[in-house]
Design a protein around this ligand. Sequence first.
Ligand code: SF4
Length: 530
Amino acid sequence: MELTVWTYEGPPHVGAMRIATSMRDLHYVLHAPQGDTYADLLFTMIERRDSRPPVTYTTFQARDLGGDTAGLFIRTLEEANERFKPQAMLVGESCTAELIQDQPGALAEGMTLNVPLVPLELPAYSRKENWGAAETFYKLARTMLAGQMPAPGTTASRPARPEGQRPKVNLLGPTSLGFRCRDDVVEVTRLLASAGVDVNVVAPLGAAPEDLARLPEADANISLYPEVSGTLVKWLERTFGQPAVHTVPIGVGATRDFLAELGAVLDIDVSAALAGDPSRLPWYSRSVDSTYLTGKRVFIFGDATHVAAAARIATEELAFEVVGIGTYSREQARMVRAAAKPLGLEPLITDDYLEVERHVTELQPELVLGTQMERHMAKRLGVGCAVISAPVHVQDFPARYSPQMGWEGANVIFDSWVHPLVMGLEEHLLTMFREDFEFHDGAVASHLGSGQRPEVASESPPSSALDEPPSDMPADIALGWAQDAERELKKIPFFVRGKARRNTERFAREHGVATITVETLYDAKAHFGR
Ligand code: SF4
């Protein structure tokens, strides 16, 4: 563990908090010092939840350390059970509490409470938040399924689905503080319905512990977010013989593959769902306008699921050039390595945001797809950016419907990736008027702030120098505009029309042209665009 200003993932008990906060009727008792309650703010401030997470802290203080902190934990657990009456309780400790070795899990196991208890052993100094969430979700499901387990070493037998019965699946993995999970569940549920598939349980998001006891009733599991659901999905396959759909439907190609895999796993015909593809992304990719984006240099960084999906969309659906790719998730690095291989790239596997910033600075991409950390660095560097993965900022919990998965998710991705790029017309004008004080090479698009690209800022002459006409320009030529040239000029957007007029007149003077025609206008454009 190291001290840092920013971190991609918190300690593993924050992962456990994400599970507790995602669910109903579950309570987490956390042995933690006063001060570690800061984690509540992640949920109330960033996710704008209307209530505190269902977590009770022991909040021991320095003066308690010489006394009975284990007794404090036992009392807190009993009181929380009495007060909240949950269906199940998680029991664990924060990083600091781990050091005093009270072992709350073992203490809880020695108590008799009228509620299932899930002792969590989450090593704070070697594991991180997503691992903590995956482990907690798995342990909780195991506890709630304890009465249905087959004999050790065997797999429960599964009766065939009765003829005519619609198949049903579990959606596993969406959590609180995840990236667009709330809307992804809605979108994937809609997608499944289009294929004639019902949802049995969605978890952790919105589920109660007792819902987990119904997991084996589904015909298959959908692993929507392997960072959180991977461990449980594998165990359900081994123990209850439940097959899983592993394709995550982010992007048009992946959504089509998801439906195809769903069809194969459930032995159903998904052709109607595939034919219903209503995404506008493929339409855009076929349009002439899209050729402007071809070959845009993109850097991608985040969790493994969203990075792998983004790499595929960027290359196959938008024809970008991926110049760098990486993840902070060491546990899921294999997924990103697999995505990097066909691109001929060595992935960056690190949780050091300064190292990521060094890479972005070196690679000079035109678009950064990352977490909220990459958004910060991209803004500083004057590069367009879209957030594609947790960790996120309050603005990444939009009030509007904004999924990443399924057909509508592809539309949302298109809008959020393409709009940060300088639009075609604007870039064209930046080139054409590059010697103008506002439109020189170093200018960045207005929506990227007032900054200049740092590497060119020092080369740009001061604006006052650009305002002055060059000393060799004959200023005394009387200029006139032909009517058709004036009409052509009016086609240029109003906010740059004045500058287009001045630059064209400057070109005309330099070339001794007295009457500006349409031809002069285009000659000027070609001259300044060279
Ligand atoms: S010790 Fe652990 S819980 Fe406490 S502030 Fe540091 S990372 Fe957070």
